[in-house]
Design a protein around this ligand. Structure first.
Ligand code: XMP
Length: 326
């Protein structure tokens, strides 16, 4: 019979075979559930021939890099290398506003950063050692939505499917490619990952880069990080984290509107709250958050984040909207 335990055991055996007795793998850790569970499976299969690489692309939310360093390592004991690639990503993204262009650039820079990290990974290994395998937490819906499933067309290039460079030097290992999110969470829990990791809400690989509508700059990222941190704090304080699938906070960086604060006119940017409920992210409904919670988020963001003078709520289901704005 089919159980979550079988899935994990089957994948561990399959991956041990794929990678072989001497193969080495690296896994790009995004901080999300998917890559953490994929890494945990591969860790069980090949032990410390796996090295996890966390590329700090500068597009993460507030406090996230520190949290990954702490929680993931504590839970798995895995080898973790952190690559500081903020400048590399922001330089590559300069002047780019078009969503698919951003996604492809981010995907490409990710792989470059990994290839750089390979040197770091093998520096203590016997001469001639190569890291042949790249572990990715690709899920079934990612494959369908990137147009790689049968009879589908491309909606968005998920950064872990589209945008790979032609000269890719790794063979991909994708232990989750037949699974949906709820199954991934169950497998993760079965492998002993703590709930702070397995219950984490989804966060896209391209990070805040696809939540800034317009060009991505350091200043805009800092603005969005503040607004997002406030929204998350208020949701947690209200006890609502378990009621929603996720809540992207989106900065409309190319839009300005007139407001008034104190005695003065403001001319700032709107942010959009995008709370959704969903089973598997293939479809979603907008979450009916309590007005008091929305009010608390709005008041704090407009008071605490200079430059943001309006907070709006996205009330579109998927379809016709997608969950992320880009
Ligand atoms: P959309 O916007 O397509 O999002 O409705 C569906 C789910 O996927 C997440 N998402 C991504 N996850 N890499 C990821 O790992 C990506 O490039 C990516 N784009 C979207 C999104 O947050 C939602 O949960």
């Amino acid at each position: 019979t089919w159980t979550i335990g079988n899935i994990a055991e089957e994948q561990i055996a399959r991956i041990r075979e794929q990678i072989g007795p001497d193969g080495r793998a690296i896994c790009g850790l995004s901080g999300g559930v998917d890559s953490a569970v994929a890494a945990a499976i591969v860790q069980k299969a090949i032990g410390d021939r796996l090295t996890c690489v966390y590329v700090d692309h500068g597009l993460m939310r507030k406090g996230e890099t520190e949290q990954i360093e702490r929680d993931f390592v504590a839970a798995t004991g895995a080898k973790l290398v952190i690559v500081d690639a903020e400048k590399q990503f922001l330089d590559a993204l300069a002047g780019v506003s078009e969503p698919e262009a951003k996604r492809k650039i981010i995907g490409r820079e990710f792989i470059r950063a990994f290839e750089g990290a390979e040197l770091e990974v093998i520096k203590d290994a016997p001469a001639g050692t190569k890291v042949g395998f790249l572990v990715q937490g690709t899920l079934y819906p990612d494959i369908v939505e990137s147009g790689h499933g049968a009879g589908t067309s491309t909606i968005k290039s998920h950064h872990n499917v589209g945008g790979l460079p032609e000269d890719l030097e790794f063979e991909l290992v994708e232990p989750l490619r037949e699974l949906f999110k709820d199954e991934v969470r169950a497998v993760g829990a079965q492998l002993g990952l703590p709930s702070v990791i397995v219950q984490r809400q989804p966060f896209p690989g391209p990070g805040l880069g696809i939540r800034i509508i317009g060009e991505v700059t350091r200043e805009r990222l800092d603005l969005l990080r503040e607004a997002d941190a406030i929204a998350r704090e208020e949701m947690t304080a209200a006890g609502l984290d378990g009621d929603i699938w996720q809540m992207p906070v989106v900065l409309l960086a190319d839009v300005r509107s007139v407001g008034v604060q104190g005695d003065g006119r403001t001319y700032g940017h709107p942010v959009v709250l995008r709370p959704v409920t969903s089973e598997d992210a293939m479809t979603a409904d907008w979450a009916r958050l309590p007005y008091e919670v929305l009010e608390g988020i709005s008041t704090r963001i407009t008071n605490e984040v200079a430059e943001v003078n309006r907070v709006t709520v996205d009330i579109t289901s998927k379809p016709p909207g997608t969950i992320e704005w880009e």
